[in-house]
Design a protein around this ligand. Sequence first.
Ligand code: IMP
Ligand code: MG
Length: 178
Amino acid sequence: MLNDLESVMFDEKALAKRVAELGQEITRDYAGKEVILVGILKGAAVFFTDLIREVKLPVRIDFIIASSYGDGVETSGRVEIKKDLENDIAGKHVILVEDIIDSGITMNCLIDILKKRNPANVKLCSLLTKESRRQVPVTIDYCGFEVPDEFLVGYGLDYAEKYRNLPVIGVLKRSIYE
Ligand code: IMP
Ligand code: MG
């Protein structure tokens, strides 16, 4: 699988260091609050399991699967929840944990849907952001790294459901998808 990468952008050490820092920030900001960390499957699965162990608070965890309806490659702006939360989030402090924010369309819709359930607040933690690709504004409260507009795989990120289990994040060779 490593042979399919053009280059490695973040190795295990760089990822672990940044994830630990994000965990420390969340630990500091949420002391004494009722927190639910929500992993957005499947992309955030690897990041999520590392992050929650760096949050030194008695949090709950939950998962959501969302997919945006679209014709082909463009997302339409309508989000379907394929697997919903098990927790009632009313009055709770929710932190959504995502792998990467690209156009922002999926996250923008998902936050709107969750805010209607009257949580105390909803914040976003994303490992990566492609700022140059944004079509709708999304506030990332805890952000790992800003990345250029390249197709990345590994550490949860996939291409056609492959590479999620790579321990590093790298740029996929164009010859693989062109
Ligand atoms: P958007 O922000 O609504 O455009 O969608 C973000 C989603 O697109 C992420 O959750 C990923 O599943 C996917 N995505 C965006 N960029 C990449 C990438 O470089 N590699 C793998 N998946 C990506
Ligand atoms: Mg995703």
